[in-house]
Write a protein that binds this ligand. Structure first.
Ligand SMILES: Nc1ncnc2c1ncn2[C@@H]1O[C@H](COP(=O)(O)OP(=O)(O)OP(=O)(O)O)[C@@H](O)[C@H]1O
Length: 279
């Protein structure tokens, strides 16, 4: 099981700004800052390491600005890291460093092997396309060419994500908030990705709607054994899905371990604060 990894992130870093010799001393969890007060550089993600095993859900928690989305966007190959590696392997095959892919290879990888769902549906969906059009967009980018098969796959995905298939030609603005998240999930799953990235997908939803989306993800994970990376500022959400969790603060991973253990016996003072505020 230990060796059953599909994604391994090594020393991954990203900053925004010019940098100066004081940056490292003046930023990070000990200082409570991500932004260097001398030169203004934001250290969004610093030397992050993580491993995702096939079929598991890994949670990433941390306050706003701690670097969760930056880390996710680098893994989604939408943001180039400054340094570090993102190793990927299929079924125990030879590892490939995704940071070495050119733009065309990265786009194809993203469209075939990865799916992403955002907090804001307009980031994941084309709001002027119908549900069918959105799923077709993803599948065409993954090099599906047969219209009939695309249509059948869309109807299948709508059933899977508990959307009425007769609404296949309706546009996103006519759906409710919870339904929009399910449309995003349908689109993200279209090409049967190996890894599903979830960025604050239940934030802003009513508690009952949130519970239904989380139930759906739990069922999908159980049925398809799909590997998921779940980003949330809410430990309560992560606890429901993720067996392991990493905690980020000011661009750094400050704690990692089994979610239950983190909740019961948090080690880092910041995690202790997170846990006490979640209780
Ligand atoms: N393109 C950018 N240019 C400059 N700074 C950026 C850019 N993208 C992110 N940042 C900064 O990097 C830091 C980490 O941001 P990030 O969005 O990764 O945090 P987060 O933990 O996902 O927060 P949130 O939950 O609010 O999205 C923040 O200080 C943010 O302002």
């Amino acid at each position: 099981m230990i060796d059953d990894w599909i994604l391994r992130v090594e020393q991954l870093s990203k900053h925004f700004g010019p940098t100066c010799p004081n940056c490292h001393r003046l930023t990070g969890p000990d200082t409570g800052r991500s932004q260097c007060p001398r030169c203004g550089t934001v250290w969004a993600c610093v030397e992050a390491n993580l491993q995702l095993n096939a079929g598991e859900v890994l949670g990433i928690v941390g306050e706003s600005g701690s670097g969760k989305s930056t880390l996710l966007q680098m893994i989604y190959l939408a943001l180039r890291p400054d340094s570090g590696h993102i190793w990927y392997r299929d079924n125990g095959g030879p590892p490939c460093d995704l940071t070495t892919l050119d733009r065309y290879e990265a786009r194809l990888f993203r469209n075939t092997k990865l799916g992403i769902v955002y907090q804001r549906p307009e980031l994941g969906l084309n709001m002027r396309f119908s549900v069918g059009g959105n799923v077709a967009e993803k599948l065409l980018l993954a090099e599906w060419r047969h219209f009939g098969r695309i249509r059948t796959r869309t109807a299948e995905l709508m059933v899977k994500t508990e959307l009425p298939p007769e609404r296949i030609d309706d546009e996103p603005p006519t759906f409710s908030g919870g339904m929009l998240q399910r449309v995003q999930i349908a689109k993200a799953l279209a090409s049967r990705p190996s890894l599903l990235l979830l960025d604050e997908i239940t934030s802003g939803l009513d508690v009952s709607v949130q519970a239904r989306v989380l139930d759906l993800l739990r069922r999908i994970q159980w049925e398809d054994r799909i590997t998921m990376l779940l980003v949330s500022h809410d430990l309560g959400v992560v606890r429901q899905l993720a067996r392991r969790t990493i905690v980020m603060k000011n661009g750094h991973i400050v704690e990692a371990g089994l979610t239950d253990q983190i909740l019961e016996d948090p080690q880092h003072p910041y995690t202790q604060l997170l846990v006490s505020s979640a209780l």
